[in-house]
Every structure is written in structure tokens, then in C-alpha cells.
Write a protein that binds this ligand. Structure first.
Ligand code: NAP
Length: 516
């Protein structure tokens, strides 16, 4: 029997009482560990975090809590090698892809440690200037932000077991709000190990960080009015979260990061062979293959001027043909596997669903795998689809195939291109390629309405740019509509979710004594 991973709740490591759900190596098919949350005292776990963890964190200043984040960074850095091993075994990712998850998390924590330090030794934040309530400035209204007196429950997706935890926990802990994380079962091991290392290092107060691995049953039922829940995952599960009584009746604040039909748009005027054309091709190939396309921000729809459709298809397909797929332990492999055979089946199903409305421009499905058995491994080569009638290919704007799959679409003019981008009904990110700065700026403003982030690439920033799909903590992560309507990161804006805004109406002496 493999190891049964313990949960950390109520300040103690506790194993579930069931047999456990096994986690697998998606390349070798071997069982790795098991998780189980059966029989945990969930009311006790939530009240311990809410009361003990919350009080201890709120007793500290922002600067002191920033110090805790700095201490977490040191613990994670010291154990980095173990995290890479777990990622290879449980997520099937090559080293560069594991880095996005692991080092991306450490970087994000480090940023919040720095930003939090600059907030200083205060326990509440000023929100704008005082506004007079009468003719004379004797009685005024001062808005402030204070940490919510509840827990932050994170229900996370399988694709970022490390970053998905820490990009949320960094602003939560900095805000003084204790965290309970429930990782997706398929890849819970890395989340559990990181929490274990941090808890065992004793850098956080008791109750500040808990982890529950296994079933989500009963978690939402524990939430009370001042708690918050941050969900990342599919639209269907998001709908369940939104309609739960905790949200619908108890007004628990909720943040949803769901799926997204992100686009890349080559503006008119970039001929094949131009720098902008080459930058689009390179970025599309990178986005399709990093983490085998299992990124919520990955490019799913590629919009190019109609006259460049064939040239773009040829250039992208030529690069995809050079991508080796298979066992991430083999140094010759560029793209590892999907997270599970179930995910592989879901990708195949998605491809079948798109087949009637698209043609296949590059098919990596039949290419031999490197060092991996196709009967066992959850590997699939990249597939580039195309649809000459971008309007009629309705499903391309609706079905997110969560793997190394994207669809090339031609547009007539910029108005048509914008309309196609908007057909994602709200996305996390779009990237724009071109050399005309005025046209790019206009497109950015137009597309900002339906995208949480607009990534604009001109030849001047080719080297400096951070990547279409890379979520930088300085920028907003989240998109309207279909993307879930969430808002994460964006520097200190992320703290809003974990704070309550209140207006203190008082005389100037009291306002001064607030110490903001
Ligand atoms: P999922 O099936 O919705 O699962 C997400 C999480 O919800 C998992 O922890 C899952 O636990 C849990 N869950 C399942 N049923 C639940 C219920 N009834 N109540 C409460 N929690 C429940 O999604 P996934 O397959 O892991 O993730 C893939 C999707 O996430 C893709 O659509 C992708 O686009 C999206 N995603 C979005 C972002 C973003 O930032 N926007 C980032 C990453 C991924 P179990 O694993 O135990 O079932």
C-alpha cells in the first residue's frame, strides 16, 4: 500500500479514516500516494483556523506578516528539489513546466513579501482621503480596509498544485486571513508536501495554514458570513459553488477562476516573415506546449488576417512538428504528459467535438512517444486545428479543450477580429502582435472590456515580454463572464478580497487616532 497523506487541520496532522484515493504517475501508470479526508471534524477544523489562526495573524502588522511570507519563501527554496521530483512523478511535467508552477509560486510569494513590507507596521489600511460630511470639515467620513474575521477556503484546480496555492495564500496571509486549501485530488501531493514543509518549519502561527486532501464533501457547508471562498476549476463546479447556501444565503464572498477561450491576434499589416508574424508563431507554439496546454491562460484561438491563414498554418505546424513528446525524465522530451488518462480522454473527446467544424492542420496524435508506452501514458502530441469560416465554427468559441490544442481562425478586418475575440464571452487574456503602436493601443482598449489582461507584443519588447500565458503577480489575473468574473493578483489589489471596507464617520481627533 502506498503512503496515505495526512491532512493538517485544527493544528494537527490527521489521517482520514477511509482507504484513500490513489494518485498516479500519468506517464508510468504507477500508484504514488493516497489521499483521504473521511471522518475529519470539519466544523472543528474551520473554527480553529477562524479563531486561533485568524486572531494570531491579525495581531501582527502588515510588515510582520510580510516577514512570514519571506520565511515561507526560504522553506520552499530549501525543499525545491523534492517539489520538482513530485511534479515530474505526479503531473508528468518536464522541468521547465514544473518551474512555472514551483518557481512561479516562490516568485509570487517573494513579491508579496516585498509589497507587504512597504505597508508598514499598521493593522488597518487607509482607503482614500477623508471626505467632509457637512459644510465645515468637522465631521468627516474616512474609509478604511480591515482584514475579514474569517477563513479563506481555496478549492483549487489540478494544473497548478503549487502556484495555485501560493498565489492565493500570499495575499490572504498578508491580509491576516487564515487559509484552508483543498487541492484537486489528482495532484494534491505537491500542495500537501509544501504545506507540510511550511507547517513543520514552524514559521506560521497555529491555524494559519491548513490542508484537506480528498473529497470536497462538506467543505462549503462550513462557511460563515465573514469567510471567503476562492475557487479555480471548471464552469460546472463553479456553478455548484455559486449556488451553495453559503454564497446564496450567507453572502460568503466568492472568487471564481473558471475556463477561458483565450485568443492571440495578429493585427493587419504583418507579412509572413515579418517580426510580428514570427513572434505570434513562436508564442502560439509555446502556449500550446507548455504544461501540455493545461494552462487556463493558454492560447486556444489564433486570429490572423484571412490572407495570412495558409502561411500561419504552415509556420505553426512546422514548429509543432519539432516538439518531442513523452516521458519528462528523458532530456530529449520537450512536452510531458497530461495529468491523467481521464484528462487524456477529455482532450480526445474535445477534439472529436470540434472535428465537424474544423480541419486538422497539424496532427501530433499519431507521432511516436519518447520513452513512454502509449497504452499507459497520458501523453498526446499537439494538434493545430483550423476553420476557414471563423463565424460558422461556433464550437471553437465555446469548447475549451484543456490540452495541447488550438484553432487557427481567419478574420476579414479588425472589427471582425474584435468580434471573434469577444466571442470567448469573457477571457483571462488575449495577446496582440504587430508593429503599429497606435493600432495596438486601440485594440488593447477595445479588448480590455472582455479580457482581464491584454498582452501586447511589438518587436521592441520581444525579449523583455513575460509571455502570453505567464501570470505575473503585478498584473490582474481573472476575466469577466465565462472566465469566472474573478480578480486575483494585480499587486496589492489582491488584498481587497480578504478585507472589509468600512466608512468611519467621526470628528478629526478620532480619525487621527485611527493611526492610518
Ligand atoms: P474541477 O473538476 O472543477 O475541479 C476543481 C476543484 O473543485 C477540485 O479541487 C475538485 O476536487 C473540486 N470539486 C469538485 N467537485 C466539487 C464540489 N461539488 N464542491 C466543491 N468542490 C468540488 O476542475 P479541474 O478539472 O481540476 O480543473 C480544470 C479546469 O480549471 C479547466 O477548465 C481550467 O480552465 C480551469 N482553470 C482555471 C484557472 C484560472 O485561473 N482561471 C486556472 C487553472 C484551471 P477533486 O479534484 O477532488 O474532484
Amino acid at each position: 500500500m502506498t503512503e496515505l497523506l495526512a491532512n493538517h487541520v485544527a493544528g494537527r496532522w490527521q489521517s482520514g479514516s477511509g482507504a484513500g484515493t490513489p494518485l498516479f504517475d500519468p506517464v508510468l501508470g504507477t500508484e504514488l500516494v493516497r489521499v483521504d479526508a473521511t471522518g475529519l471534524d470539519l466544523p472543528g477544523a474551520f473554527s480553529f483556523a477562524r479563531e486561533q489562526g485568524g486572531q494570531a495573524l491579525r495581531a501582527l502588522t502588515y510588515r510582520q506578516r510580510a516577514g512570514l511570507l519571506g520565511a515561507i519563501v526560504k522553506v520552499l527554496q530549501a525543499n525545491r528539489d523534492a517539489y520538482y521530483e513530485i511534479a515530474t512523478a505526479n503531473s508528468g511535467t518536464v522541468k521547465n513546466d514544473s518551474a512555472v508552477d514551483i518557481d512561479g509560486a516562490i516568485f509570487t510569494l517573494g513579491q508579496y513579501a516585498k509589497w507587504g513590507d512597504a505597508l508598514g507596521d499598521v493593522r488597518a489600511l487607509r482607503d482614500g482621503e477623508a471626505a467632509r460630511l457637512g459644510k465645515e470639515p468637522l465631521f468627516q467620513s474616512q474609509h478604511l480596509q480591515v482584514p475579514t474575521h474569517g477563513v479563506a477556503l481555496f478549492i483549487n484546480a489540478f494544473n497548478f498544485p503549487s502556484w495555485g496555492l501560493w498565489e492565493k495564500a500570499a495575499p490572504a496571509l498578508l491580509s491576516g486571513v487564515p487559509v484552508i486549501v483543498k487541492p484537486a485530488t489528482a495532484t494534491a501531493w505537491l500542495t500537501q508536501r509544501m504545506v507540510k514543509d511550511v507547517v513543520d518549519a514552524g514559521v506560521l502561527p497555529a491555524g494559519a495554514l491548513s490542508v484537506i486532501c480528498g473529497s470536497s464533501a462538506g467543505l462549503m457547508d462550513q462557511l460563515q458570513p465573514f469567510d471567503v471562498v476562492s475557487f479555480t476549476g471548471s464552469t460546472d463546479t463553479a456553478a455548484l459553488i455559486r449556488s451553495h447556501d453559503a454564497v446564496a444565503r450567507r453572502s460568503v464572498r466568492v472568487n471564481i477562476e473558471a475556463d477561458s477561450l483565450n485568443s492571440a491576434l495578429l493585427l493587419p499589416g504583418a507579412a509572413p516573415g515579418s517580426e510580428a508574424f514570427g513572434l505570434l508563431v513562436r508564442e502560439v507554439v509555446r502556449e500550446m506546449t507548455v504544461k501540455a496546454g493545461q494552462k487556463c491562460t493558454a492560447i486556444r484561438r489564433i486570429l490572423v488576417p484571412a490572407e495570412l491563414y495558409d502561411a500561419a498554418a504552415e509556420a505553426i505546424a512546422a514548429k509543432l512538428a519539432g516538439v518531442s513528446v513523452g516521458n519528462p525524465r528523458n532530456e530529449g522530451v520537450r512536452m510531458g504528459s497530461l495529468v491523467s488518462r481521464a484528462q487524456l480522454a477529455a482532450v480526445r473527446e474535445g477534439l472529436d467535438a470540434l472535428a465537424a467544424q474544423t480541419q486538422v492542420l497539424h496532427d501530433g496524435r499519431d507521432r511516436p512517444l519518447v520513452d513512454a508506452d502509449p497504452a499507459v501514458a497520458a501523453c498526446i502530441g499537439p494538434v493545430l486545428l483550423g476553420a476557414r469560416d471563423a463565424d460558422a465554427a461556433r464550437q471553437v468559441h465555446d469548447i475549451e479543450v484543456f490540452g495541447p490544442v488550438a484553432t487557427l481562425l481567419p478574420y476579414r478586418d479588425t472589427a471582425h477580429a474584435f468580434a471573434l475575440a469577444h466571442r470567448g464571452q469573457g477571457s483571462l487574456v488575449t495577446s496582440l502582435y504587430g508593429a503599429d503602436e497606435t493600432a495596438l493601443a486601440q485594440a488593447a482598449v477595445e479588448l480590455a472590456a472582455s479580457h482581464g489582461r491584454v498582452h501586447v507584443i511589438t518587436p521592441e519588447v520581444a525579449q523583455a515580454q513575460t509571455g502570453h500565458g505567464n501570470v505575473m503577480p503585478m498584473s490582474l489575473h481573472g476575466g469577466p463572464g465565462r472566465a469566472g468574473g474573478g480578480a486575483e493578483l494585480g499587486g496589492l489589489r489582491a488584498l481587497d478580497f480578504y478585507h472589509r471596507r468600512s466608512a468611519v464617520q467621526a470628528g478629526n481627533g478620532v480619525l487621527a487616532a485611527l493611526g492610518l
